[in-house]
Design a protein around this ligand. Structure first.
Ligand SMILES: [Zn+2]
Length: 171
């Protein structure tokens, strides 16, 4: 256990002090650079998105198809076995209608996001993406949706090569 510090050095500042102009403040943008290796599975996933295809990995032991693909099955503790292409269609597993943007500002047109269980992937294995072309009153769990892709020449090997998922008419 650490002892409580009783003698704090320096001067405590409140938000009002910082806004008062009586204190010196500095705003800057750090020139931070970082790199991230996508790894074997995710690299293939991104490359295939550029080709307009969604690829996963099958584990033959539990017979699950993992999307996005992973080279290792976390349930069986073994390497996955083969690449499997899944469809750009699926069903909404869960969704959110957000009236706050990424900076927590209130917005009038909500951002619609859903976890979509893709046809061909195992149940409960879904990808998180935006919904579009959808009446928000009609969104529901189990709603059939399909991927709407960017034009071929605009794809860059990113999950945003899928613009959004839109409803498929239910029969
Ligand atoms: Zn497995």
């Amino acid at each position: 256990m650490s002892e409580k510090v009783k003698d704090l050095r320096g001067t405590r500042l409140s938000a009002a002090d910082l806004e008062s102009k009586d204190t010196i403040t500095f705003r800057g943008r750090p020139n931070a650079k970082y790199a991230w290796s996508a790894g074997i599975a995710y690299t293939k996933y991104l490359e295939e998105l550029k080709n307009g295809r969604i690829v996963g990995r099958r584990c033959r032991q539990c017979d699950r198809v993992l999307v996005p693909p992973r080279m290792f099955c976390e349930q069986c503790f073994r390497a996955t076995d083969e690449w499997v292409y899944v469809k750009g269609t699926g069903k909404i597993n869960t969704y959110s209608i957000s009236y706050l943007d990424a900076d927590a500002n209130r917005i009038k047109t909500p951002i619609l996001v859903a976890v979509v269980d893709l046809d061909g992937a195992s149940p409960g294995i879904g990808i998180l993406h935006k919904l579009g072309n959808v009446d928000i009153e009609k969104i529901h769990v189990g709603m059939p949706v399909q991927a709407v892709w960017k034009p071929t020449n605009e794809r860059e090997g990113s999950v945003t090569d899928i613009l959004y998922f839109e409803p498929i008419k239910e029969e």
